[in-house]
Design a protein around this ligand. Sequence first.
Ligand SMILES: [Cu+2]
Length: 115
Amino acid sequence: MRRHSEAGASCRAALGIAAGMILLWGGTACAATIAITVSDLAFEPAVVEARVGDVIEWRNADFVGHTATDRSGQWDVALPEGKSGSIPMTAPGVMSYFCRFHPQMTGIIRVKPKL
Ligand SMILES: [Cu+2]
């Protein structure tokens, strides 16, 4: 009987540790990398949702260079052919961006506050 109750106690402790690990894991999982593919002269997806702390990463799959350039002038990410570029989202809001070489290429990032 005693042995049985000890097993029960250690099981509860293990469950507590597991719950703590899930909380930690959940905390780090809040910051995500949101990938946008750049191909055929377009951002795909053209509209993305992010949270403050997330990183937006553009992957240029075209054989020409592009940029991801914020219309309000806050950031300008060079995307040479076959390369990636990224920036962290630091404030909530709606950002509209385009490619300086091909102004018809446009995208929108909606950034929500941190959870
Ligand atoms: Cu371009």
